[in-house]
Design a protein around this ligand. Structure first.
Ligand code: NAD
Ligand code: DAU
Length: 338
């Protein structure tokens, strides 16, 4: 059996996805292709890396020769998680976002086409749709209106995927998911940043008025949806994935403070993110109807479990909260970094 090529498998969602596949069947052939940027961490897969048909290749998806070599050896499918994924970093410098998210996707599409790969799944985001008003939800037909350089680079990649479907008949599928949370998330994103700060009695930086709304989904529910799309999704289609769990940032912050029994005085309102999308909400009825998927992990339970995971993984947190992370933290949060 030819392996599945998973790109970006050492990141947050990619590592949870590989674990999900290997828990189901430890003999599943997988190539994990990852550049190990600041967000990629081999430790995220330490418990499954021994599986007999799992192989790690370090490389950059924008490096055409290496990708041609790996895909040319034969792969049954490609699922592309590899990306620069943090909005705030894209505001500081959008260059790596264009290189990895746009050029890297194009390189993968070319290789998939050249070597006749049977299935290509592009892991995209609801951020390509832009921002919602107080009501309604993104459907697969909502026009693309990205507002951050990150979102624009993901939208560009989505359009490239679409064009390879239309022009070359590539059997590709795009998924667009809402905000993920769960184990192994790099502590630059709201939930792991706030948990790890609070565990150290450090303040938490809430952007603007804290009333921006996100639709939260446990990473395991997202990965289960992706496994179904990989297996049974219809080529050429877009599938929205969401948690049906809308929450304002400030309410989420209060919940985290309550779980960790920390005082509200640790909240710091800091200047807003430029171009900050006000509200996301995902209509995921298409994937529910067509593939029988549903989000299954209730947010209160998933959030408590996530807090416990970070409490129990001090070494992992210490490993990623050093060096480059501290420079990033100082640049992003200034005085708050102390
Ligand atoms: P992440 O930042 O945790 O991981 C990204 C991974 O990609 C890392 O392992 C990194 O080393 C690797 N990578 C980066 N550049 C690379 C390159 N040029 N070549 C090879 N590997 C490279 O990201 P994540 O949160 O796990 O997100 C994974 C995917 O899911 C991304 O495409 C993201 O846009 C999408 N997504 C994320 C969320 C979310 O809430 N985190 C929601 C919807 C969609
Ligand atoms: O919607 C899917 C997207 O979710 C993914 O495509 C992105 O890869 C992922 O990073 C995430 O993007 P967000 O920008 O929504 O996630 P983030 O955790 O950075 O921010 C969540 C909300 O919290 C957002 O409204 C900004 C706010 N925030 C974030 C940080 C880091 C704060 O108030 N303070 C912070 O320090």
């Amino acid at each position: 059996m030819l392996p599945i090529l998973v790109t970006g498998g050492c990141g947050f969602i990619g590592s949870n996805f590989i674990r999900l596949l290997l828990e189901k069947d430890p003999t599943t052939p997988i190539i994990n292709f990852d550049a190990l940027t600041y967000a990629g961490n081999l430790a995220n897969l330490h418990d499954v890396a021994h599986c007999p048909n799992y192989r790690f290749v370090r490389g950059d998806i924008a490096d055409r020769d290496t990708i041609r070599q790996v895909v040319g050896e034969g792969v049954s499918a490609i699922i592309n998680f590899a990306a620069e994924s943090h909005v705030d970093r894209s505001i500081h410098d959008s260059r790596p976002f264009v290189r990895t998210n746009v050029l890297g996707t194009q390189v993968l599409l070319d290789a998939a086409r050249e070597f006749g790969v049977n299935r290509f799944v592009q892991v995209s985001t609801d951020e390509v749709y832009g921002s919602l008003g107080p009501t309604g939800a993104f459907t697969e037909h909502t026009p693309l209106a990205p507002n951050s350089p990150y979102a624009a680079s993901k939208a560009a990649a989505d359009l490239l995927v679409r064009s390879y479907v239309q022009t070359f008949g590539l059997p590709a599928i795009i998924t667009r998911c809402s905000n993920n949370y769960g184990p192994f998330q790099f502590p630059e994103k709201l939930i792991p940043l706030f948990i790890t700060n609070l565990l150290a009695d450090r303040p938490v930086p809430v952007y603007g008025d804290g009333r921006n709304v996100r639709d939260w989904i446990h990473v395991r529910d997202h990965c289960a949806a992706l496994a179904l799309v990989l297996e049974r999704g219809r080529p050429g289609e877009v599938y929205n994935i969401g948690g049906r769990c809308e929450l304002a940032n400030l309410d989420l912050t209060h919940t985290l403070l309550d779980i960790l029994k920390k005082p509200r005085s640790l909240i710091r309102f800091v200047p807003d993110r430029p171009g900050h999308d006000r509200r996301y909400a995902v209509d995921c009825s298409k994937i529910e109807r067509e593939l029988g998927w549903r989000p299954t992990i209730p947010f209160p339970q998933g959030l408590r479990d996530t807090v416990t995971w970070y409490q129990e993984h001090n070494d992992w947190v210490a490993g990623v909260r050093s060096g480059d992370y501290l420079n990033y933290y100082r640049r992003q949060y200034g005085a708050l970094a102390g």
